[in-house]
Design a protein around this ligand. Structure first.
Ligand code: AMP
Length: 430
């Protein structure tokens, strides 16, 4: 079968031909006609099945008719869990739409807001966004949803995994109720179904079997550890578990340099990247980490923002960040298509309030792993998703742990002192 019977317009067929796609994949064959009919769709499809084109192609087709663009408005919104995926999907939009006059932009955090605001003012048809940045711009009234026609939730399970449910609820509440909604997810859990219940109406359901190995998966776990034992425990994990790639996040520049020498004393070669190093030296270290020359890279949160590596085998939170969004971004760098990734946190008692904030945002308790060689003296209290810290308490522990390299942006997740969130997502909290 070719793409022709699916009902896509000639400029799209031409772009597909130029890309060398001759046959639609199963998800494309099943989903494209339904989307072109204007139906809501729930699709179970993993990365690697061609699912991006399954929603991008019909959206391009539907939006290709000429229409005046109004500033700050757009007609299709594609929500994705990570910055990297946003860039990739938007790149696909451009490629498949190269013979059309449809415009698009990636709206992601970690970069300056102003160029994105300017692009919105100039007018854009398709926005590919991560939830946090989209909400930031919506709150600043830099964009309006009143002309939105199509919503896509891509990798919905991963967005829930990463704790985006509150942001998604806030976004969905702002959208016009008359719209077409498409939900794509690698897995269809109870949580994804609950999300679908508020997003789609009378959906056409499609499911394609994917290669199980391609399902992206982030496994998150933590080890309770006494603070003075963290570097010894890290060395133990690197050697005992043969870690060949780990990006380690640490709070301070000083801490990063100290950790490098502690690891080196135990025979582990590591490098640090932080704001105190020149750009040339940072680029060299990054290149070595990417090529596998360096297995262990230690980064302060600020320096790590410039690291354009995703699909990492693992990230390690040597210190938990104060900003819950930062945690979400860190774990989003692992577990991409084709391989599973892990996010490991070394949590001492004075990290407990940060842990509670992270777990509350995720809506679940992170699995704790015990390492026999490292019994804990100052044990972590048991996790409790409804834990409510006294205001100011978290700040004190930050001071003790060392001054962060740069003040972190205010967390958009609930601060440690806020009451537990109430959502209809009881099932996620289990
Ligand atoms: P996705 O599942 O969207 O991440 O797509 C996986 C890969 O398949 C991407 O590199 C796409 O460019 C490619 N792809 C998507 N549709 C087709 C097709 N019909 N024929 C060949 N390659 C495709």
């Amino acid at each position: 079968m070719t793409f022709r019977p699916l009902g896509l317009s000639a400029p799209i067929l031409q772009a597909l031909e130029e890309k060398g796609y001759s046959t639609p994949t199963e998800i494309q064959r099943k989903a494209i006609p339904a989307i072109l009919e204007g139906r809501d769709v729930i699709a179970t499809a993993q990365t690697g099945t061609g699912k991006t084109a399954a929603f991008v192609l019909p959206i391009l087709d539907m939006l290709s008719g000429k229409r005046e663009r109004r500033p700050k408005r757009f007609r299709a919104l594609i929500l994705v869990p990570t910055r990297e995926l946003a860039m990739q999907v938007e790149d696909n939009v451009r490629q498949y739409g190269k013979h059309l006059a449809v415009t698009s932009m990636a709206m992601v955090g970690g970069v300056d807001l102003e160029p994105q605001k300017q692009q919105l003012i100039e007018g854009v048809d398709i926005v590919v966004a991560t939830p946090g940045r989209l909400l930031d711009l919506a709150r600043q009234r830099a964009l309006h949803f009143d002309e939105l026609e199509v919503l896509v939730l891509d990798e919905a399970d991963r967005m829930l995994d990463m704790g985006f449910i509150d942001d998604l609820e806030k976004i969905i509440a702002r959208l016009p109720t008359r719209r077409q909604s498409l939900l794509f997810s690698a897995t269809m859990s109870r949580q994804v179904r609950s999300l679908a219940d508020i997003v789609v109406e009378f959906p056409f359901e499609v499911s394609v079997a994917g290669n199980k190995k391609t399902a992206p998966k982030i496994s998150q776990w933590l080890i309770a550890v006494d603070k003075h034992n963290k570097s010894a425990l890290l060395s133990h994990l690197v050697t005992e578990r043969n870690w060949t790639q780990a990006l380690i996040f640490i709070r301070t520049q000083h801490g990063a340099a100290k950790l490098v020498s502690q690891l080196e004393k135990r025979g582990i070669k590591a490098e640090a990247i932080h704001g105190g190093k020149s750009q040339a030296s940072r680029s060299k270290i990054l290149a070595d980490f990417k090529s596998g020359e360096i297995n262990i890279l230690i980064a302060t949160g600020v320096a790590a923002r410039g690291i354009d590596i995703d699909e990492l085998e693992r990230v390690v939170n040597y210190d938990l960040p104060d900003d819950v969004d930062e945690y979400i971004h860190r774990i989003g760098r692992t577990g991409r298509a084709g391989s599973s990734g892990e996010a490991v946190s070394l949590v001492s008692k004075d990290d407990f309030k940060r842990l509670c904030a992270v777990e509350r945002r995720l809506g679940k308790i992170i699995e704790r792993v015990t390492i026999d060689e490292f019994p804990v003296v100052k044990d972590l209290p048991a996790s409790n998703l409804n834990f409510s810290a006294k205001r100011g308490a978290a700040k004190k522990t930050v001071k003790k742990a060392g001054r962060p390299e740069k003040p972190t942006s205010p967390a958009t997740g609930s601060p440690s002192g806020s009451p537990p969130r109430k959502t209809p997502w009881g099932s996620i909290k289990k």
